[in-house]
Design a protein around this ligand. Structure first.
Ligand code: ASP
Ligand code: MG
Length: 412
């Protein structure tokens, strides 16, 4: 008999009716002869509401107390879920993280799972109960309650599936992972399968389907994940190891991210050590730098641009202003109205012409490229934010709708 971990996101448990609907999905799994372990998020809006309360007390609430507070969202949801299952005639027991136990390190508000005890879960399954586990929370070796970062219930589910040797279903409010955001691209298609690596790139580029850490976890332990809608029956998207993907297309998906800002240091002396000085200062302030461009120098001076998360932009600008004065740069310019469009696909590794085609599509639409970055399976271009949707639509049409295949050489 197989075990399935079924995780329900905030919208899927957003009301008592929805919890009942979710509970019926669990009964379906049992009827098919499987055992089920439920992982639940807090009801939609509850986590945000709790954060808002805390922020009314202090801008930076104590992180231990924050975890104590946020863990209540999931505790509320699992008790209601278990009651609902019981009402439907299915024995169920809700469990907080510490009762499983899901043991984490002690980094409050972004803890990492260190180990999971499986005995209690196995006993419950043996006795015919459905364990309903709180997502997002754990406990340290010193009995402190921790949480795993926003969206952390995904990671709870994948980690439990890994520990129990189970498959993992992620129930959400979309029917799967799409070639692009369907709200922007009406022709976007649902993917049947996607590899961990592609999913990781898409997730870190702004496709908000799953918490990034949960996909990393799944890749490490080879947990197969089925992302699907809790409101519709249809099959969703399977996130699987690369060797299960037959068709390695050059472009699997297209994303756009408007959460970065560009900072340009104008007229920097072109000398060794300047970049080091600049980025060291940012690194010391724990600011992650993404795309970096340095122009060709003219008469001993050059411009240098890079992007950071919008959340860090203010702080980054202050730091760079200080360094700019020290190194004798002319000025620092910040632009918040930029967007990063990216194409992602495993087949890019062994195809040619993909970058050229991307640049051509953008230029045909009159879109200027401010910066470019690439990985083995991704190409990103920084553009003016006002062209973000146009760019995604045009790239989707060129790479995904018009079948004119980019040549993929056989990997040997
Ligand atoms: N309730 C938490 C959040 O809103 C965890 C989760 O839903 O995955 O981020
Ligand atoms: Mg989520």
């Amino acid at each position: 008999m197989g075990i399935v971990v079924q995780k329900f996101g905030g919208t899927s448990v957003g009301s008592l009716e929805r919890i009942e609907n979710a509970a019926k999905r669990v009964l379906d799994t049992l009827k098919r002869g499987n055992r089920a372990i439920v992982v639940s998020s807090a009801m939609a809006g509850d986590t945000d509401g709790l954060i808002e309360l805390a922020k009314r007390i202090s801008e930076f609430p104590n992180e231990r107390e924050m975890d104590m507070l946020l863990a209540t969202g999931e505790q509320k949801a699992i008790s209601l879920f278990a009651m609902t299952l019981r009402k439907l005639g299915c024995p169920a027991v809700s469990l907080c993280g510490w009762q499983v136990p899901i043991v984490t390190d002690d980094v409050h508000t972004k803890a990492r799972i260190m180990k999971i005890g499986t005995q209690r879960l196995r006993n419950l399954l043996e006795e015919g109960y459905v364990p309903v586990v709180a997502g997002f929370q754990g406990v340290t070796d010193d009995w402190e309650i921790t949480t795993l970062g926003r969206g952390g219930s995904d990671t709870t589910a994948v980690a439990l599936a890994a520990a129990m040797g189970a498959d993992c279903e992620i129930y959400t409010d979309v029917t799967g992972v799409f070639t692009a955001d369907p709200r922007v691209v009406p022709n976007a298609r649902k993917l049947e399968k996607i590899s961990y690596e592609e999913m990781l790139e898409l997730a870190s580029l702004g496709a908000k389907v799953m918490q990034i850490r949960s996909v990393e976890f799944a890749a490490k332990y080879k947990v197969r994940i089925h992302v699907r809608s809790s409101f519709e029956e249809e099959e969703g998207t399977w996130i699987v190891p690369e060797d299960e993907i037959m068709e390695k297309v050059a472009v699997r998906g297209i994303t756009v991210d408007t959460k970065e800002s560009r900072i340009t240091v104008v007229r920097v002396p072109d000398q060794p050590g300047i970049a080091a000085k600049l980025f060291k200062a940012l690194g010391e302030a724990h600011i992650v730098v993404d795309m970096i461009v340095q122009n060709i120098s003219h008469e001993g001076y050059t411009d240098m641009s890079f992007t950071v998360s919008k959340n860090d932009a203010q702080k980054a600008e202050e730091i760079v202003n200080k360094v700019a004065r020290e190194i004798g740069a002319k000025e620092v310019v910040r632009d918040d109205r930029v967007a990063k469009v990216s194409i992602v696909g495993l087949g890019m590794r062994s195809s040619y012409g993909t970058a050229a085609k991307m640049f051509e599509v953008l230029s045909n639409n009159g879109i200027n490229i401010m910066a470019i970055s690439t990985s083995e399976i991704k190409i990103s271009c920084l553009i003016d934010e006002k062209y973000a949707e146009l760019a995604v639509r045009a790239l989707h049409e060129a790479f995904i709708e018009d079948g004119e295949e980019i040549k993929v050489e056989n990997e040997s």
